[in-house]
Design a protein around this ligand. Structure first.
Ligand code: UDP
Length: 239
């Protein structure tokens, strides 16, 4: 292929909820396969891909806390949920011919290897997809923050925030048909307009590290590829 990607290394953040597809809970096989195929497309182009996946399709610490659980305990359960999602995603990727490795921020040594930064960098250089499990390893954080953190650590050029909508809009496009998509925005504009692109901790980390964020839809076929090719897709948030 003569196509040349616009980025060399990216951190892709997938929400746990996206894995449910149309189901009410858990992992939808067809949906996870679709996501793995989208990643395979860009991996084939030579782009190094690391993934952080959420756990909202299984368990959220906030919900546990609201139901009367100790919040830190509930958050650890949420992180364990991301380990299950990570294992499922890496397994699906391996099934379609990618080589994926899971690295966990919480040690569960019989199940998954621990996160070791130099090893993660080595895998990426070898063209393996690295799936970062267990978020940051700390309660009271989110997998968005894990995405910003790991993205900065591995020197990703872009954090790809996969959402249901194909970018950031002036208003909710489902409610307001006149809403338009921003093709780019500065961090300051996003804050001033209160656009809530990632949680505040994740957003601040990306901004401090001058790590741009691309918001795009993981459900739009080919969108991930168009993003890495630098085509008009999604919304770029930059410094
Ligand atoms: N979590 C945490 N620390 C982290 C990342 C995640 O405690 O660094 C917990 C938290 O309880 C969260 C759950 O794991 O609700 C699942 O992650 P998240 O809500 O970010 O998943 P998503 O919304 O992307 O599905």
């Amino acid at each position: 292929t003569t196509e040349k990607p616009a980025v060399q290394r990216v951190l892709l953040k997938l929400s746990g909820e996206a894995l449910m597809g149309d189901d009410a809970y858990g992992i939808n096989r067809e949906t996870i396969l679709r996501m793995a195929n989208e990643v395979a497309e860009v991996s084939k182009l030579g782009v190094e891909v690391a993934v952080v996946i959420g756990g909202g399709n299984i368990f959220r610490g906030m919900a546990g806390g609201a139901a009367g659980m100790d919040r830190a305990t509930a958050d650890y359960m949420g992180m364990l949920a991301t380990v299950m999602n990570s294992l499922a995603l890496a397994d699906t990727m391996n099934n379609i011919g990618l080589t994926a490795r899971v690295m966990s921020a919480i040690s569960i040594e019989q199940v998954v290897e621990p996160y070791v930064r130099p090893k993660a960098l080595q895998y990426l250089e070898e063209g393996k997809v690295v799936v970062f499990a267990a978020g940051t390893g700390n309660p009271f954080f989110t997998t968005d923050t894990a995405a910003a953190l790991r993205g900065a650590e591995i020197g990703a050029q872009l954090v790809l925030k996969a959402t249901k909508v194909d970018g950031v809009y002036t208003a909710d496009p489902k409610k307001d048909p006149s809403a338009t998509r921003y093709d780019k925005l500065t961090f300051d504009e996003a804050i001033a307009k209160n656009l809530g692109i990632m949680d505040a901790t994740a957003f601040a980390l990306c901004r401090d590290q001058k790590l741009p964020i691309k918001v795009f839809s993981i459900f739009k076929p080919g969108a991930l590829k168009r993003v890495v090719m630098g085509e008009d897709e999604g919304t770029l948030v930059y410094i």
